[in-house]
Design a protein around this ligand. Sequence first.
Ligand code: NAD
Length: 416
Amino acid sequence: MTTKPNPFQNALKQLDIAAELLKMDPDIYQMLKEPKRVVTVAVPVRMDSGEVITYLGYRIQHNDARGPYKGGIRYHPDVSLDEVKALAFWMTWKCGVVDIPFGGAKGGVICNPKEMSRSEKERLTRRYTSMIAPLMGPYIDIPAPDVYTDAQTMAWIMDTYSQLTGYRVPECVTGKPVSLGGSEGRAEATGLGAAICASEAANAIGLNLKDATVAIQGFGNVGSNAALFLAEMGCKIIALSDSRGGIFSPKGINPLAALRYKEKTGSVVGMAGCDEITNEELLELECDILLPAALENVITQENASRVKARIVVEGANGPTTPEADKILYSNKVFVVPDILANAGGVTVSYFEWVQNLNRDHWNLAEVKRKLEEKMISAFKSVYETSVKYNIDMRAAALMVGVGRVAEAIKTLGIWP
Ligand code: NAD
């Protein structure tokens, strides 16, 4: 029996890779290998039935050398302390890779939002926010959406924090609805960033995007938006999936039709004209681009050698284990690592924060132009680093991201 890889152990292995390549000062390594602050909260929620359920939640603040802590909040039954710690690490490196002035954090609540009513989710969100409120704020720690949280969740967080503060503080959270100070383009930013990375990676290996075949695991915010942008770029989406299973059609799936179908039925499974496949089979399909956009540890040493895609674009955080990385690299699969591939979300979150602080609102064209500029420049730095040091794209992204954080720590020194 294989044991499930621990995402925090994976994150530590990745830090070790970066530390070795950067010849990192051991004092700085010590400071980076643990989060600066770990908060556990027990969140009591009165359910619609009248009963009270106490949910366990976390907020992990990994590092703030380059700016306020930043990172999403996940609602999922499998949330664990180690998972949230790993996700907080990756946020720190990610903000370094795209060179935005944020540190890294992450939050999570162990719950099953699919079994909760809207008002139960609202009460959970507001109570959780009130319990982390002393540690958050526009210059301290700024949450955002992640798996099974969305713009509505962010609106409740903003309102709760504002009620506690006494005035409206839109800049305390990003990923809000546009009507409450959210940025144009935030909802689709991670998917667009991933699509831009896919296009840059295709350029790098000489793959023509026209009719390039794409398989996407996870058809939520990231996966569905990436599908729409990749289809716009001329790609053929041949497979999609969600938590209930996957669909496959060699003729191509219209992502907009799949989105409408999922909105109606709750899943892509059952869409007309498609064969059903499992989430595992999807990863091993014959295709040009594979985009894991669901959860961690789906490409492991067990299945990595069966991945046939030429490019893997990690829309999800941590989908590939370090052991699988080595196999993909030796099989010449071009991996665009998560801390680059899905950095579009935090980049537009940064734009949202800047707009809120300035009480400004940019139009969609401006947001997209600025996002494209950031993503292409980050891809270029990572790709050039990978060529210069003859290392894979993940090691290169870690060198860039972790390197910037280590440099900031060194320059700041330790007070007192
Ligand atoms: P989401 O909740 O919108 O969508 C998640 C999707 O994954 C859903 O379609 C769900 O059905 C599917 N899913 C859940 N469990 C699954 C399983 N076991 N197998 C296959 N599919 C499964 O979440 P999202 O915001 O799209 O996030 C997806 C990934 O992208 C996560 O790893 C998240 O950390 C990462 N990410 C998200 C953002 C963002 O801006 N939303 C930014 C960076 C990274």
